[in-house]
Write a protein that binds this ligand. Structure first.
Ligand code: APR
Ligand code: PHB
Length: 389
């Protein structure tokens, strides 16, 4: 088999890249380790920056998103019983949209199937070969048989646990990591959201987040320890703890209900450099991870896809390799700024073990600066809505 670009990974990065390239007549094959149902079963954040929305429109897959999404002008920050809004639209002239990652992925799968784009599911033993040559190829097993695809380029969109990043030799790769001493316990419930926008809450008992998917599907998180297990938390215990971490006026309005999904996610910051090795390009979680506090995971994947898409089109249409040659540098420049914002908001809103009284004063001073200083709010807003590509 031969194609122009092999895309390893059928998550948002791989599918969005595949759809954009298809629109330009560039042929791809997507290799996905799991089934489509499994991929669509993942519950992930759904805060989309304008850049992401524009890419979905460019890919021709934005019709349902435009119809069903929620536009959020800003967000709310709370600390103990204090609450304040940050109005992105007023401060920086942009909003964000709320549209679940599951729905993004579903729309991308539907589009790929509609265009007859090739996706091979449940692949195993994927190996990227010859990436540092002019004739790369990918081998894998599927349906019990060994297969090979020769190609021009490989896009490693296979997430943090994929094979692409590890294909880059250890002596070429430099990794940066920070693992946080806590996780997020998340609950999905078929209840109306407690607020019309998100509430990020700093409390003496730990971080909490009130989010949503639609008018009758809410998503809530509380900071938990790394020793916590989902089975340690009954729904009742979760709701009681969430109420203790948000202002009383919010707790009083909270509509609780049975969890339809409950999971714990670890928090880490991670970047692997470079994002290109020969004809292999890393995109999204394959190259970087952010703590979810700044809602940047999907959005940094999108800017990677944008830069790689532009570079590949320039290569195929203009026989100009400048875009792919500068891909890693451009993608990393934006990623590190998103890493900083995600790290800073995580530090501002969470309780860390062994925080001193001075540390707590610094955290309080940062939140109060954000509460009362419009310039601080504008900088927060610029980062949250997404720095330019
Ligand atoms: N071969 C083929 N597919 C693989 C392999 C492999 N060896 N390893 C992993 N995959 C698949 C996974 O099953 C998954 O469907 O690659 C896909 C990677 O998708 P994501 O992990 O969602 O990463 P990405 O597409 O970059 O999207 C980033 O997803 O994890 C969230 O917070 C993150 O919102 C961000 C977004
Ligand atoms: C979510 O709705 O899952 C969500 C929203 C914002 C975040 C993280 C997660 O920062």
């Amino acid at each position: 088999m031969r194609t122009q670009v092999v895309i390893v990974g059928g998550g948002p990065s791989g599918l969005l890249l595949g759809q954009l390239l298809h629109k330009k007549g560039i042929e791809t094959v997507v290799l996905e380790r799991k089934t489509k149902e499994y991929v669509l079963g993942r519950i992930r954040a759904g805060i989309l920056e304008t850049g992401f929305v524009n890419l979905m429109r460019e890919a021709g897959v934005a019709e349902r998103m435009d119809r069903e999404c929620f536009i959020h002008r800003g967000t709310t920050i709370s600390y103990e019983n204090e609450m304040f809004d940050i109005d992105f639209q007023k401060l920086v002239g942009q909003s964000v949209i709320v549209y679940g990652q599951t729905e993004v992925t579903r729309d991308l799968y539907d589009a790929r199937e509609a265009t007859g784009g090739k996706i091979i599911y449940e692949v195993d033993n994927v190996q990227i070969c010859g990436a540092d040559s002019d004739a790369p190829y990918v081998t894998f097993t599927a349906d019990g048989s060994s297969q090979r695809i020769d190609c021009d380029f490989v896009a490693g969109c296979d997430g943090f646990h994929g094979v692409s990043r590890k294909t880059i030799p250890d002596d070429v790769r430099k990794e940066y990591e920070k693992v946080y001493p806590f996780g997020w316990l998340g609950v999905l419930s078929e209840t109306p959201p407690v607020h019309d926008e998100l509430i990020y809450s700093n409390s003496s008992r730990g971080f909490a987040l009130c989010s949503m998917r639609n008018e009758n599907l809410s998503r809530y998180y509380i900071q938990c320890t790394v020793a916590d297990h989902v089975e340690d938390w009954s729904d009742e215990a979760f709701w009681e703890e969430l109420k203790r971490r948000v202002p009383e006026s919010v707790a009083d309005k909270l509509v609780t209900g049975p969890s339809i999904e409950k999971s714990i996610a670890p928090l880490r910051s991670f970047v692997s450099e470079p994002m290109r090795w020969g004809r292999l390009f890393l995109c999204g979680d394959a190259a970087h991870i952010v703590p979810p506090t700044g809602a940047k995971g999907l959005n940094t994947a999108a800017s990677d896809v944008h830069y790689l898409f532009e570079g590949l089109v320039q290569y195929y249409e203009d026989k100009d390799s400048n875009g792919i040659d500068t891909y890693s540098q451009k993608a990393l420049a934006r990623i590190w700024k998103a890493e900083r914002f995600s790290w800073a908001t995580t530090n501002m809103l969470h309780r860390f073990p062994n925080q001193s009284d001075f540390d707590l004063k610094m955290q309080r001073a940062e939140i109060e600066s954000l509460h009362y200083n419009e310039a601080a709010q504008a900088w927060f807003a610029l980062n949250y809505v997404g720095l330019p590509y």
